[in-house]
Ligand binder design. Structure first.
Ligand SMILES: Nc1ncnc2c1ncn2[C@@H]1O[C@H](COP(=O)(O)OP(=O)(O)OP(=O)(O)O)[C@@H](O)[C@H]1O
Ligand SMILES: [Mg+2]
Length: 333
């Protein structure tokens, strides 16, 4: 999920280097600063939460703060989803711990950042648990994940757990304003609002939208029109249309529109489900009970996607459920 290191990308250019620059997350930052006052007391850390809210950023800030300019030497970043398997976890982590202890006796410990650690199999997690126990003199782990429920309990209980919720809208607007200022772009208030609304607490998504919108404008002014062009005003409307087709029992057409949304607009399964969920509550001819029933169905499919099921198959099944619901409803009227 990490963006490639490329200075022309604003998300990287403006990635905070110290905890003080981090947007929002006051209580997380305060607790971490307290740990850092006496680094020896810092436990293993588990960061869980939504994408683009600062988990990786904060892990890297801590490494910088602990080791200064040589932080890269003492920090191992592994992506648990790329390098699956118990063997790599064991070997790479053990090697790193041993090598570093031998070479640099005077630092408190090395840091191992395991990104996407909720992608590890249970077996790998069990091995990791053992390694965490045996290496706690030399290593601190920072486990990063979207869903802490996928991390086995014994690991969770060995970590200080920090939950990253969606970032505050006002803070996001302010940060977008800051970046615009640095880039000599004038960001109009309703444009900033539109970006933040669309980003749903994901600052990475917001900054990317801002950068793309500003690339579109020749005048260096980002207005709402430029933003809507980027975030595709069409997509919520398309989702609404797809929903109407499904509820009107036109499953085939709804399914066709779903593939269009995924292909043409590049929406992921969860993007679409999230939008469907939002749109449901705008459908005026449904009763509250009916909306609740549909929300329940959506919840089930959202869960399946989180568990790793196939996007288009699950969405197709969701639309099939909606069609069935539509048919029953019609028969009842
Ligand atoms: N709290 C924050 N303060 C300042 N910038 C942030 C914050 N959260 C995200 N960003 C911006 O978004 C980019 C991505 O953030 P980061 O890599 O920390 O997200 P993440 O929580 O690790 O997401 P993922 O779960 O997708 O890995 C950063 O480079 C930074 O520009
Ligand atoms: Mg990350």
């Amino acid at each position: 999920m990490e963006q490639p290191e490329n200075i022309s990308m604003w998300v990287e250019k403006y990635r905070p280097k110290t905890l003080d620059e981090v947007v929002d997350l006051k209580s997380v930052v305060e607790s971490l600063k307290a740990f850092l006052k006496t680094p020896k007391t810092m436990p293993h850390l588990l960061f869980a939460g939504m994408p683009g809210t600062g988990k990786t950023t904060i892990a890297l800030c801590i490494a910088r703060q602990l080791f200064g300019s040589s932080w890269r030497t003492f920090t191992l970043e592994l992506n648990a989803s790329d390098e699956r398997g118990i063997k790599i976890v064991r070997e790479r982590i053990k090697d790193f711990a041993r090598y570093t202890r031998g070479a640099f006796g005077n630092i408190p410990y090395v840091i191992i950042i395991l990104d996407e650690s909720d992608q590890m199999t249970r077996q790998a997690q069990t091995a990791l648990r053992r390694i965490m126990e045996t290496s706690s003199n030399t290593c601190r782990f920072m486990l990063i994940c979207n869903y802490s429920s996928k991390i086995i309990e014994p690991i969770q209980s060995r970590c200080a757990v920090f939950r990253f919720s969606m970032l505050d809208k006002e803070n996001m607007v302010e940060h977008l304003g800051y970046i615009s200022g640095k880039e000599n772009v004038s960001l109009l208030p309703d444009a900033a609002e539109a970006i933040v609304e669309y980003s749903e607490g994901d600052l990475r998504r917001a900054i990317n939208a801002l950068q793309t919108a500003s690339a579109y404008t020749k005048t260096k002014t980002v207005d709402k029109k430029a933003v809507l062009r980027v975030i595709g005003e069409a997509s919520p409307k398309k989702v609404q249309l797809m929903l109407n087709k499904a509820l009107g029992s036109d499953f085939v057409e709804a399914r066709r529109m779903m593939y269009e949304l995924m292909g043409q607009y590049g929406l992921s399964g969860s993007d679409i489900i999230r939008q469907v969920h939002r749109e449901i509550f705008k459908v005026s001819h449904l009763t509250t009970e009916e909306k609740a029933e549909l929300a329940n169905i959506i919840g089930e499919y959202d869960f399946r996607l989180v568990e790793g099921a196939n996007d288009d198959i699950q969405l197709s099944a969701l639309l099939a459920q909606f069609s069935k619901f539509g048919k029953l409803r019609e028969a009842g009227n």
